[in-house]
Design a protein around this ligand. Sequence first.
Ligand code: NDP
Length: 456
Amino acid sequence: MSDDFDYDLFVIGGGSGGVRAARVAASEYGAKVALAEESRYGGTCVIRGCVPKKLMVFASEYRDTFRDAASYGWDVQDGPFDWTKFSKKMRGELDRLEGIYRNLLKNAGVETFDCRATVKDAHTVALSSGEEKTAKHILVATGGHPVRPPDLENAELGIVSDDIFNLERLPKSMLIVGGGYIACEFACILHGLGVEVTMYFRKAQILQGFDDEARGLIAEQMRARGIAMHAGAIIAEMDQADGGIRVKSTQGQETVFDQVFFATGRKPNTDGLGLEELGVKLGRGGAVEVDEYSQTAVPSIYAIGDVTDRVNLTPVAIREGMAFTSTVFGSDPTPVDHELVPSAVFTQPEMGTVGKTEEECEADGDDFEIYATTFKPMQTAFAGREDRVLMKLIVARESRRVLGCHIVAPQAGEMIQMVGIAIKMGATKEQFDATCAVHPTMAEEMVTMRNPVRTS
Ligand code: NDP
């Protein structure tokens, strides 16, 4: 296929989506493939996102475990936590995973270039090493990066999520700006590791877009754990102060924090890639506009993952990569299915969610019933904690199909993966009810909620 080109496929970006597409195109379809990565292989998820974040979640949860242990008869010391020891081990693990990603590409026969690549024309990629390579297809999988508030003076004094994994020491106090996934997850992690955490977010509630009842319960428990949460708060001024960063909020509070962390959203990595000049359309925030097959306005150029700003989750980027290879190399046009994607927010307590929220059902005028229960789970209640969990199903009244499921509980991410299968299959409430409970578990409530708590 590559007679007139150096490669059948040139992938720009060695994150989860790009690596999967390159590997599958080469090993399953026999394509001649190259990939360029300017930073580290594994991308945001493996190097500065999901993976190190989850290791930090595990580290931070031990504080509660140690405290609860006493109630279960153990004599265990609570701390202190050694960040230097943990972060060294965490970085070692990331090095190991990056090595695996490199090997996967090597073993699949993908040629790699450790440098920046930009697009010169519809079939040519220019490398920062000075070389130019041609390819029948170009796949842009460059991901995104965290952004600070654009108009805030001295915003560079604050860190972003990329920096958190490389801190030399943990601060004593931290202001986290934002109320999204990253803000809430790190508020819980850092609080668990012993940092005094304050959050400023613009809206009345955290986790915009998630089910109100679920995010309300998470916010309540984050507050109860000691995280200072300021709704409707924005930084009006910030500057360097003795031993920290002085911040004045729009609500008039003036506080000195050791560190300020901006979790104020992410932007697709398209600056300077040369795409718009070629006729590739960029949309909101610079995201590459693609059709259902991830093809851009220039037919030889495709894009997948966060750079397209569709559903910014690693497993979705991987599926987009797989659908791209089936479409282009497998002669099997495969649209990407973005419906009913289950996901988790790794706050403490965790949230697992799939399908519609109650508010979305209301806005769409659905005729629905709500089945929900909240209770103190056995394990932490025994230890004297007040933590509550939420199990919630939204059911279409006529068809009986479960439209959405929202879980706030320890291990909610693990539970929603399983519930997600049933909901993707179109399960009805009666099919949930026909499934025998596993006792004693928290998840058994999913199949034992008899009567709706309210209807639309
Ligand atoms: P989000 O879009 O979730 O949240 C951004 C937050 O920053 C919002 O609260 C937003 O407020 C606020 N914000 C934006 N601009 C400003 C500003 N100028 N001043 C003050 N506040 C501001 O982005 P994240 O960065 O948290 O996460 C990015 C994406 O990464 C997520 O959408 C998700 O797809 C992915 N992700 C997934 C995870 C998971 O699956 N567990 C974990 C982490 C990330 P407002 O609501 O008012 O606009």
